[in-house]
Design a protein around this ligand. Structure first.
Ligand code: DX5
Ligand code: ZN
Length: 220
């Protein structure tokens, strides 16, 4: 059985103690740290920018998994790369030239991800998949933590797993939104290998992070 990597979304952390929260999830077994960047334009919420990513960088050696929900996006790639992002994921709808944006991320020496909204078909990846390192399937509409998992996305995860296997390249398949112990299993069964979890990681406070992450991995 595949044990997924867990990328806790710091959107559900205590923003007044963000450095401490990142250290706590690192020690508790997080594999990556998921950073949700929202602009109040591409999505109906505003979160954080490259300055916060830079401030968090010294608090963990784990990969910073930066999910950009901003439009336009190209002008900000360099700032996030310099701030210490390891993986930069964009939405193809956020700009007219997704392929160019992927090339720009790679030219900055970072791993490139493509995120698909719930209504966006897997087909969107046809001419991008050979150039990317990660696919992020949104199992909620982007903008907020704490929403319910949209089960139709399981079919999309299955389809993308087949596409990835066909490439023979090590492309991560990550799922984001409404992931809890139950939906985590279903995502892994459908072919996901990385799970984002905000609410399900931070529930109960720091004393619970390790148990929450282990439960999501299915190792307890
Ligand atoms: C939604 C974000 C998610 C979100 C996940 O736009 O991309 O990363 O924070 O939160 P939960 O796990 O609470 O659904
Ligand atoms: Zn996210």
């Amino acid at each position: 059985m595949v044990v997924p990597l867990i990328s806790p979304s710091i959107l559900s952390a205590d923003f007044a103690r963000l450095g401490e929260e990142v250290r706590a999830i690192d020690v508790a077994g997080a594999d990556w740290i998921h950073v949700d960047v929202m602009d109040g334009h591409f999505v109906p919420n505003i979160t954080i920018g490259p300055g916060v990513v830079k401030a968090l960088r010294p608090h963990t050696a784990k990969p910073l998994d930066v999910h950009l929900m901003i439009s336009p996006v190209d002008a900000f790639l360099e700032a996030f790369a310099q701030a210490g992002a390891d993986i930069i994921t964009i939405h193809p709808e956020a700009g007219p030239h997704a392929h160019r944006t992927v090339q720009a991320i790679k030219a900055l020496g970072k791993q490139a991800g493509i995120s698909l909204n719930p209504a966006t078909p897997a087909k969107m990846l046809d001419y991008l998949i050979d150039d990317i390192d990660l696919v992020l399937v949104m199992s909620v509409n982007p903008g907020f933590g704490g929403q319910s998992f949209i089960t139709s996305q399981l079919r999309k995860i299955e389809a993308i797993r087949k596409m990835i296997d066909k490439t023979g390249r090590p492309i991560h398949l990550e799922v984001d939104g409404g992931v809890d112990v139950d939906t985590a299993r279903r995502c892994v069964d459908a072919g996901a290998d990385v799970l984002v979890a905000g609410t399900a990681t931070f529930r109960g406070g720091p004393d619970h992070y390790a148990a929450n992450i282990a439960a999501l991995k299915g190792t307890v």
